[in-house]
Design a binder for this molecule. Structure first.
Ligand SMILES: NC(=O)c1ccc[n+]([C@@H]2O[C@H](COP(=O)([O-])OP(=O)(O)OC[C@H]3O[C@@H](n4cnc5c(N)ncnc54)[C@H](O)[C@@H]3O)[C@@H](O)[C@H]2O)c1
Length: 350
């Protein structure tokens, strides 16, 4: 049985779903609605049927799945309306503007019995899968004590709604949501504190950069940084464990682990001279006591969110993203805004 998909919001991401994420062997796109007539024209040119209104899309009984890919401030109402009209819903990230809106949607999903899930596509990113495998499955770093995850650009915040708080703009809701979600998938423990510093360097109304420090129940930590004003980037990933360190430099996914061999670390009798003068502690470690491992790139499949949703509708398994997981991320983001506003550590258990 093939499912019928209706797309609300055919901008950058809605059109990307249509072109590459919705698996055509399991689903047909039966309706597209966008408030901008130009985007409706684009949809038509690409061969997708368009609907004159959201109502018309909902009235199409052959559509059983609705994708919500509008700016963030419209997610709540559109998701609730679609669920009430008997549709299963997949919503773009960030699922909502705040946790109260997400609670509203989850309540309606429960009342109606329809499936509600969130598109957290960065769970399928190759760099993330490499880190996850290295630290969780292969345990190459021993006991991990800090994960640093960064995305840094110098192009500013894109034109349009991302520059305005009323539409859910800013980098915490745009990128923070992905990076926090990835970290929470890798450290399956509760977050116990949050310290965040947000910056508005070029865009005064929203956070165009932030630095966020998370502490987990066991004492493990994560540092997440997003910047739109960085001209020399730090590594995309830098992970510290008691046996070694992992680095993935950038989007090219060039990943390396350097770790201690069984051989004991030997200290020189003499002080070591570097260009910055003498140091023993911070001198390079003797080569024969370390090994370097190149990380392999796994394959990935970005259609998984839809495949899992189709399976769940057919009674086989659960959607890829449980809204409760999105709620945890939302709570961490809310604590981050509070932390930055008050310049305080926020203690929570989430
Ligand atoms: N998962 C990801 O990696 C990723 C990447 C980019 C964007 N997104 C998310 O996708 C959503 C859309 O972002 P985008 O980059 O495509 O933005 P966009 O501005 O390119 O597209 C949004 C589209 O929604 C339309 N629209 C606005 N209000 C509407 C309404 N009430 N009803 C119908 N259509 C409406 C606009 O006309 C526009 O065409 C956001 O929630 C964003 O966070 C996710």
């Amino acid at each position: 049985m093939k499912h019928g998909v209706g797309i609300v919001g055919f901008g950058g991401m809605g059109s990307h779903h249509a072109r590459g994420l919705i698996p055509k062997d399991r689903m047909d796109i039966l309706g597209v609605y966008d408030i901008n007539p130009k985007r409706m024209e684009v949809a038509q040119q690409e061969g997708y049927p368009t609907c004159e209104s959201f109502e018309a899309l909902l009235a199409n009984e052959a559509i059983d799945i609705v994708l919500v890919a509008t700016p963030n401030n419209f997610h709540r109402d559109l998701c609730i309306e679609a669920l009430r009209r008997g549709k299963h819903v997949i919503c773009e990230k960030p699922v909502t503007m705040h946790s109260g809106e997400l609670t509203d949607i989850m309540d309606v999903a429960k009342q109606t019995g329809n499936i509600f899930t969130v598109h957290q596509n960065r769970r399928m990113d190759i760099d993330y899968l490499m880190v996850k495998k290295a630290i969780m499955e292969d345990k190459l770093l021993g006991d991990v004590f800090c994960i640093e995850s960064r995305v840094q650009g110098a192009r500013g915040v894109p034109d349009g709604w991302r520059q305005y708080p009323v539409a859910g703009g800013g980098m915490m809701l745009d990128w923070g949501v992905h990076l926090i979600d990835q970290i929470m998938m890798m450290l399956p423990e509760k977050v116990t504190s949050v310290y965040c510093k947000m910056y508005s360097i070029h865009y005064k109304e929203v956070d165009d950069c932030f630095k966020l420090f998370l502490t987990f129940e066991s004492g493990k930590t994560a540092l997440i940084e997003v910047s739109t004003s960085t001209f020399i980037e730090l590594p995309r990933w830098h992970v510290s464990g008691d046996k070694g360190t992992l680095k993935i430099a950038d989007w090219n996914c060039d990943g390396t682990v350097v770790r201690a061999k069984e051989t004991e670390m030997e200290w020189e009798e003499e002080i070591v001279y570097t260009k910055a003068g003498p140091t023993k502690t911070m001198a390079p470690r003797p080569k024969h006591t370390i090994e370097e491992i190149k990380l392999e790139e796994p394959t990935t499949d970005y259609t998984q969110s839809y495949r899992a949703l189709a399976d769940a509708i057919e009674g086989n398994g659960a959607p890829l993203v449980d809204p409760a997981e999105a709620m945890r991320v939302m709570r961490v983001m809310e604590a981050s805004f509070e932390s930055s506003r008050k310049n305080e550590v926020i203690h929570l258990t989430v």
